[in-house]
Write a protein that binds this ligand. Structure first.
Ligand code: HGY
Ligand code: MN
Ligand code: MN
Length: 398
């Protein structure tokens, strides 16, 4: 049995928040390859070394703490959204560190730890684990840009001095990722733990509408080729048309918009925006893509605009491994009897990619008010400790 130390675990979790702490409450700004992110990875590498693990940074900045020989792999990511909370990703990394450390102390099974890079998609979708798993080619990744035009190749060069080769996935027997739910279901039900059945699929791309930049006072309405008006019409039509395709679980988001030149007195000549959609069914994702492309083309045509579509990145819906799921369920029932459930993940996770390489599973703890990807993200510390016990129980099962 692995005896974890919840105080030590919580203290490390608070220390990690110190890298990029921002906003009110427990907010964090630690996007991939930022100064705070790299400093946090250096600190984590040192904690791994103290825990008896060998730190290893791969060419894209994924940080592993390797146990000797064949081991189970635990972890998540330590980069954050442009505005994020202290737990998204960080929880799974620090829980992994604590289980690995505690396992060494009792001569338990070897446990390796990972913090994947750019899970939050500054350059795409779960970039570091997508590359490691073969879901995304390094050349294709290197071409991706963030919203300021920095390429992935330029950003990862910032960690090149620390990097070694890619880690052989064959050294791991399986992967378990602990995470906050980031939705309301466990919190509303007063439950402590979720055992993930499957993770939804995602598609994500950038769309550009080009019109004509002109004077906002002198250009009559009928002569305008206004890129924002095109975007606005696209959004309204899309919401209407998708109703025939989606289920209540389907989601789609335009989360980033940039108008050019972004000024009060100029009819915008260009709108660049993100288009993201998620669902548990690959066929529905395809049908949504067709509606999105057709609607954008139609709106552009009607408004005298041109439309172009960037690379479409995505991940397929992914079931979790039965055996690891059963181990998590048995441990949840032992630690929190009657206070856990099986559930789908509507958020994306590194586990989707790692499942291509080895059996993979996930465990959730509640998010207060279902809030995440925001400074207000939080979880009761008693629930964090319960999740840690469930993880350790599943790993330490004979
Ligand atoms: O967006 C996601 O689902 C993940 O948090 N990156
Ligand atoms: Mn996450
Ligand atoms: Mn996230």
């Amino acid at each position: 049995m692995i005896r974890v130390n919840p105080e030590r675990f919580l203290a490390d979790l608070h220390r990690l928040r110190g890298f990029g702490a921002a906003g009110v409450g427990k907010g964090v700004v630690r996007p991939a390859y930022s100064e705070a992110d790299i400093a946090a990875r250096d600190w984590l590498a040192e904690r791994m070394r103290e825990a008896g693990l060998a730190p290893h940074v791969d060419p894209v900045g994924n940080l592993f703490g390797l146990a000797e020989g064949r081991s189970i792999l635990l972890g998540s990511h330590s980069d954050s959204q442009p505005e994020g909370g202290w737990l998204d990703g960080a929880l799974g990394v620090i829980a992994a560190l604590e289980v690995a450390r505690a396992s060494v102390e009792v001569g338990g099974p070897p446990v390796s730890v990972v913090s994947f890079q750019d899970e939050e998609g500054r350059f795409g979708v779960t970039t570091g684990s997508a590359i490691w798993s073969g879901n995304l080619g390094l050349d294709e990744a290197d071409r991706q840009t963030d919203r300021d035009g920095v390429t992935f190749a330029e950003a990862r060069a910032g960690m090149a001095g620390r990097a070694d080769g890619f880690v052989d996935p064959g050294r791991f027997s399986g992967f378990v990722e602990m995470h906050i739910e980031q939705g309301p279901w466990l919190y509303e039900a007063g439950e402590a733990v979720g055992v993930v059945t499957d993770i939804v699929g995602i598609r994500d791309m950038r769309i550009t509408l080009d019109g004509e930049q002109n004077h906002a006072g002198t250009t009559p309405m009928h002569r305008r080729r206004d890129a924002f008006q095109g975007l606005s019409r696209f959004n309204a039509l899309l919401n209407d048309r998708l109703r025939n395709v989606v289920t209540p679980q389907t989601v789609w988001t335009i989360g980033h918009v940039r108008l050019h030149p972004d000024a009060h007195s100029i009819v915008p000549g260009q709108a660049v925006f993100s288009m993201q959609w998620r669902d548990g069914c690959a066929d529905r994702l395809r049908r949504m893509e067709a509606v999105i492309r057709e609607t954008a083309a139609e709106v552009a045509d009607e408004a005298g605009l041109s439309v172009s579509f960037g690379d479409m990145l995505g991940l397929e819906p992914m079931p979790m491994d039965d055996t690891l799921r059963d181990a998590l369920a048995a441990s949840a029932e032992a630690v929190a009897p009657g206070r856990w459930r099986r559930m789908q993940s509507g958020a994306l996770h590194d586990a989707t990619n790692v499942a291509r390489l080895m059996p993979a599973a996930m465990l959730f703890v509640p998010s207060i008010d279902g809030i995440s990807h925001a400074f207000a993200e939080d979880t009761d510390e008693a629930d964090l400790a319960t999740g840690l016990e469930v993880l350790a129980g599943a790993v330490g099962r004979p």
